[in-house]
Design a protein around this ligand. Structure first.
Ligand SMILES: Nc1ncnc2c1ncn2[C@@H]1O[C@H](COP(=O)(O)OP(=O)(O)O)[C@@H](O)[C@H]1O
Ligand SMILES: Nc1ccn([C@H]2C[C@H](O)[C@@H](COP(=O)(O)OP(=O)(O)O)O2)c(=O)n1
Length: 378
């Protein structure tokens, strides 16, 4: 059955399938998938496996024994991802003795790659049943065929691609010491897997490198040392993620899961909350400073210490996680800060009409020109 099926999967280009017996794999892949699945796969994210939140997908690539699984455990602990190891999912099929378990076992023993549709289906099923939206997909895609099948069936694109770069001899040493009773952890299969890694996996690595998604990690060193290279990648993206899931602010308007293209989501995630306020502050300070003699610039900045403090405060806030918990200061409060506190004495002494009205109302009556436009007492 595994090798009898003659129909080609429409997902796999015949050009790519020429490498390493790919055409044969492709030939039985689609039929295999048809039998494997109990439902007709529909393309697109809507209603498929994403429950109201754009998934955050990380592909974890690297040769056998490069330490992918070890680092994934640390990423899960530190950043709350759900770890989906393609190899583990396939091994689970073997252990559960599903109809195709035996075929998967043969493929793995040979050091070859299981038909993409099978692996994609298993991954997608796990994603669908997970409450999490942050996924580490370990050991996938292992070939261009894997990558294309994933894109087609899920219409999803990885946010990050990690590549653990490890010398071959180190990988061989680690795999032979792995001691997990795996059928493919023997020198013959490892040599085959390394060849396949080079011919099929490295093109995928190059593909993501060209698209600017690849983070190459030097996989030599202790697990902790390696994780110190991995940590900043996720720390940076964690901030972006929190920004995109904020319930208020500019992103809230732009963040509409499932209707944005991955590119649009990418940009909306990077939209800052504070630029309008920062710009307003900066404009206010600059305006005050313009037209003065250069010596007055320092004084004006001092006079505007509150707005400067606000500027620094918002900048710091925009870089911290607190930004998601603190609502931005409304423009009216900002104007009050700019007009009342910093210029109180000066403005009152220069204002053509001395009265008891609130500082803000005087500002709105006399405008910028009557505020702090001299080098009087601060
Ligand atoms: N940095 C490291 N230094 C030495 N051994 C490691 C390191 N990282 C992982 N290992 C060991 O190497 C073996 C393979 O690691 P694993 O995480 O399973 O790799 P992969 O998932 O890439 O095949 C395991 O026995 C693991 O304990
Ligand atoms: N995308 C994948 C991932 C794994 N496989 C098969 C073939 C691989 O040799 C085995 C084991 O994969 P696994 O990711 O567990 O291997 P390593 O952790 O890299 O040693 O599973 C596959 O066919 N397609």
């Amino acid at each position: 059955m595994w090798k009898r099926v003659a129909s080609f999967s429409s997902l796999i280009s015949s050009k790519r399938s020429s490498t390493l017996n790919q055409s044969m794999q492709a030939a039985y892949a689609f039929k295999f998938f048809e039998s494997f699945t109990t439902e007709t796969p529909t393309q697109g994210k809507d209603g498929m496996f994403f429950k109201g939140k754009t998934p955050f997908i990380t592909f974890v690539l690297g040769g056998p024994g490069s330490g992918k699984g070890t680092q994934c455990e640390k990423i899960v602990e530190n950043f709350g991802f759900t770890h989906l190891s393609a190899g583990d999912l396939l091994r689970r099929e073997i252990i559960s003795n599903t109809e195709y378990g035996a075929n998967i076992l043969d493929t793995i023993k040979e050091g070859k790659i299981v038909p993409s549709e099978v692996t994609v289906k298993l991954i997608r099923k796990e994603m669908e049943s997970s409450d999490n939206y942050k996924f580490l997909i370990d050991g996938f895609p292992r070939s261009e065929e894997n990558r294309i099948a994933f894109e087609r069936f899920t219409e999803a694109d990885p946010d990050i691609v990690l590549f653990f770069d490890c010398p071959e001899e180190e990988m061989v040493k680690r795999v032979l010491n792995r001691n997990q009773g795996r059928v493919d952890d023997n020198i013959d299969t490892i040599r085959k897997r390394l060849k396949i890694f080079e011919s099929l996996n490295l093109p995928v690595v190059n593909y993501y490198s060209k698209r600017g998604k690849l983070y190459t990690i030097n996989a030599v060193g202790t697990a902790d040392e390696i994780f110190e290279q991995v940590r900043p990648v996720f720390a940076a993206h964690e901030v972006d993620e929190m920004r995109s899931s904020r319930p208020f602010g500019p992103d809230a308007v732009h963040f509409r899961p499932f209707t944005l293209s991955p590119r649009q989501v990418h940009f909306s995630r990077r939209r800052s909350l504070f630029p309008p306020f920062d710009a307003l502050c900066l404009a206010a300070v600059t305006r005050q400073a313009l037209g003065r003699r250069w010596l007055d610039l320092v004084l004006s900045l001092f006079r505007w210490r509150i707005s400067v403090c606000y500027l620094v405060f918002t900048k710091m806030l925009s870089m911290s996680k607190l930004r998601y918990r603190i609502k931005p200061v409304p423009p009216s409060v900002l104007f009050t800060l700019l007009t009342d506190s910093g210029n109180n004495i000066d403005r009152m002494s220069r204002c053509p009409i001395q009265d008891n009205r609130s500082d803000s109302s005087i500002f709105f009556e006399y405008g910028w020109n009557n505020l702090g436009s001299g080098s009087g007492p601060i």
